[in-house]
Ligand binder design. Structure first.
Ligand SMILES: NC(=O)c1ccc[n+]([C@@H]2O[C@H](COP(=O)([O-])OP(=O)(O)OC[C@H]3O[C@@H](n4cnc5c(N)ncnc54)[C@H](OP(=O)(O)O)[C@@H]3O)[C@@H](O)[C@H]2O)c1
Length: 303
């Protein structure tokens, strides 16, 4: 997805730092949905041979983003044993994040907003799950005031589930949750953020931040090396695609509405050139070896 001019010297250290970097389909090209499109060779990665077109297509953006945030050298550098709080843990980036935590020998604490999403996380192997709707967390008592007692209740619930505070908070809802995220992070812990779905103007209590020596880290997509490493893990069957539903290009509005209303899990696939779902598996034997169970969990939940 990443477009960078290789004449920019900063691009040779970390291409995400290049002044002219743009994300294809987000900052260029008016979106990513089309029958045909033109891209640069270094915006492409090998398709994992055991996956269908739509299973392979849904990973690039969110998987790479989560990899940089948690695993790559520019992110939070998660270690074995780390407790990682993941907001939206059955969503696009969260669903990859919890897999990275499990793969890396950490303990994910996933936050979701329904019993159905909680079940999906349990099936993925995440034991500690918080249903924020069922718990009725109200971090804001009105539009301008946050309620510290709710942050404390949230922190207590995390401790009761995993016995300690999070080393890393995987943050992206933004305004609604940043105060709680900064509060809940362990002394010396890291809050890594790549988005602000619920509002860009975030607020937190600086006392909880500086006196406990926490870090706030910005992250955005991934450079080509990070995206390639993340894609390799999908190709190895160590990270599973989050495809939960599939629509033809003509029904893209239905797919967009589900995401807008937060009714979806993982990622929704849209068929552009493929005439039907399930095509494009180049290596069926590898697919069998890896096992449908660890490829199609989200699709089976999506029904
Ligand atoms: N910087 C980058 O490179 C980059 C890359 C990819 C995505 N993003 C951004 O990251 C964000 C998440 O992307 P995504 O693909 O994961 O979206 P998604 O599939 O819609 O998932 C987001 C999840 O966030 C949770 N959420 C939404 N509002 C919330 C709130 N007020 N409080 C707590 N949780 C809330 C929801 O989970 P529950 O309702 O289950 O709790 C939702 O499933 C978006 O803003 C996206 O634009 C940035």
């Amino acid at each position: 997805c990443n477009s960078v001019d290789d004449q920019d010297p900063s691009a040779h250290d970390d291409s995400m730092l290049a002044a002219n970097q743009r994300i294809w389909g987000f900052e260029t090209n008016f979106g990513g949905l089309a029958d045909l499109t033109l891209v640069k060779a270094n915006q492409l990665m090998p398709k994992p041979t055991h996956l269908t077109w739509e299973e392979a297509a849904v990973n690039a953006l969110c998987n790479s983003t989560s990899y940089r945030m948690l695993v790559g050298a520019h992110g939070a550098r998660m270690k074995q044993g780390d407790v990682v709080l993941v907001w939206g843990a059955s969503g696009g980036i969260g669903g990859y994040a919890v897999q990275y935590v499990l793969n890396g020998g950490g303990t994910p604490v996933g936050v979701v907003s329904s019993a159905e999403k909680a079940r999906l996380l349990h099936d993925l192997g995440v034991e500690a799950v918080i249903d924020r709707k069922a718990e009725d967390y109200r971090f804001w008592s009105d539009a301008t005031t946050q309620d510290e007692s709710e942050w404390r209740r949230f922190g207590k619930q995390i401790r009761s589930l995993v016995g300690e505070d999070p080393d890393i908070v995987f943050e992206h809802p933004g305004r609604q949750t940043m105060g709680a995220s900064i509060f809940a992070a362990k002394r010396g812990g890291t809050v890594v953020t790549c988005a602000a779905t619920s509002g860009y103007m975030v607020e937190f209590d600086n006392r909880h931040f500086w006196m406990k020596l926490k870090r706030l880290l910005a992250s955005h997509f991934a450079n080509y090396a990070e995206a390639y490493a993340a894609n390799r893990l999908v190709a190895q069957g160590r990270i599973q695609p989050l495809l939960s539903a599939v629509h033809p290009l003509t029904d893209v509005g239905v797919a967009a509405r589900a995401v807008h209303r937060n009714e979806h899990e993982g990622k929704i696939g849209v068929l552009c050139l493929a005439p039907e779902e399930g095509l494009g598996v180049d290596d069926p034997a590898k697919r069998e070896r890896i096992g449908e169970d660890t490829i199609t969990l989200f699709r089976r939940h999506g029904g």
